[in-house]
Design a protein around this ligand. Structure first.
Ligand code: ATP
Length: 299
């Protein structure tokens, strides 16, 4: 298990991460979310042993992060960090050796991954000859070559087309099923929702919300009601407890500030004709994220 306990990081006088704690168990995909400059990269660097926390500690299966165990951590950054003059095979042999793998194991695993990512024909090609998306696939393959215990994915889908997003997704899910711990960071909340059972939202280096996504959604007071039928936006906005109404292509999304308001909305809607849908929904992660981050900036 990865245990991040009360870590704080100062750059000079500036506090980039403040008293942050979370845990990731084998098989779990954890979403670390925050706006630009929230402290995600700083946190990742501390987990990888590239930066020393000013306070607090990080352990992987009970061992403090050190060069002895960083082999077991795979990392995919937004920035490309490939040796572009090498071929895919040479790059794999280089990275794999750094991770302590034998040449035989590297080549076997490389063939398996190139096949899954549908780029076997590029094995002998130099990286600089590959498209951006294919370079990203190679970078991902390098990060998971030795099946790391812990995999850190920072915006793994940026620049990928939808088909390749799907290939990446399948591999991430496979890694989690095989027992890897995965930390996932993305500005695309719909991706986070797809994968992550557990999340933390950090704002200005501090966690403002942490836990299981299902619990967070259940406990979040604001809900949405989807309504279809002969009713107007104005009529809906007049109901007590409705704080916004979004007009979608063929329905209204009525935003209520607590579940109890549902009764008021239902009574009003019943007065209208041809109502074909009345469905109370949990808010999206995107709505929760915007609200939580907004609260901190409004203070
Ligand atoms: P993004 O989503 O934009 O990548 P982030 O959440 O990864 O942002 P960090 O890169 O961890 O954020 O930065 C957190 C804060 O620490 C920012 O205010 C940044 O300016 C500051 N910071 C980062 N690195 C340094 C450094 N080496 N020296 C001083 N301040 C730094």
């Amino acid at each position: 298990m990865l245990k991040v306990e009360n870590i704080t990081k100062y750059y000079g006088d500036f506090c980039a991460v403040k008293n942050l704690s979370f845990e990731v168990k084998p098989g779990e995909i954890f979403g670390l979310l925050g706006v630009n400059g929230a402290g995600k990269t700083t946190t990742f660097r501390m987990i990888m042993g590239l930066l020393e926390p000013s306070e607090g500690q990080i352990t992987l299966d009970g061992q403090a992060i050190s060069y002895d165990i960083t082999d077991q951590i795979g990392f995919l950054t937004e920035e490309r960090s490939l040796l572009t003059k090498l071929t895919v095979k040479e790059q794999a042999l280089f990275y794999g050796a750094l991770k302590g793998m034998s040449n035989n194991d590297i080549l076997k695993r490389l063939d398996e991954l190139l096949d899954r990512f549908e780029i076997s024909e590029y094995k002998e090609k130099k990286l600089k000859e590959l498209s951006k998306g294919n370079q990203q696939k190679i970078q991902f393959i390098m990060a998971i070559l030795n099946k790391p215990k812990l995999l850190i994915l920072d915006e793994p889908f940026s620049g990928l087309d939808p088909l390749n997003v799907e290939l990446f997704k399948q591999e991430i899910i496979r890694m989690s099923k095989e027992g890897s711990m995965i930390i996932f960071s993305s500005h695309r909340m719909e991706h986070v929702e797809l994968f992550c059972k557990k999340i933390a939202i950090i704002v200005k280096g501090e966690s403002v919300l942490e836990g299981y996504l299902a619990d967070i959604k259940k406990e979040y007071r604001k809900k949405n009601i989807l309504i279809k039928g002969d009713i107007t936006k104005e009529a809906l906005l007049q109901i007590k407890g409705v704080y916004d109404v979004v007009e979608k292509s063929d329905e209204f999304e009525v935003k209520i500030d607590s579940l109890s308001v549902r009764e008021n909305v239902f009574k009003e809607v019943c007065k209208h004709q041809n109502i074909t849908k009345f469905s109370v929904e949990e808010p999206s992660l995107n709505e929760i994220f915007v609200a939580k981050v907004g609260e901190v900036y409004e203070k």
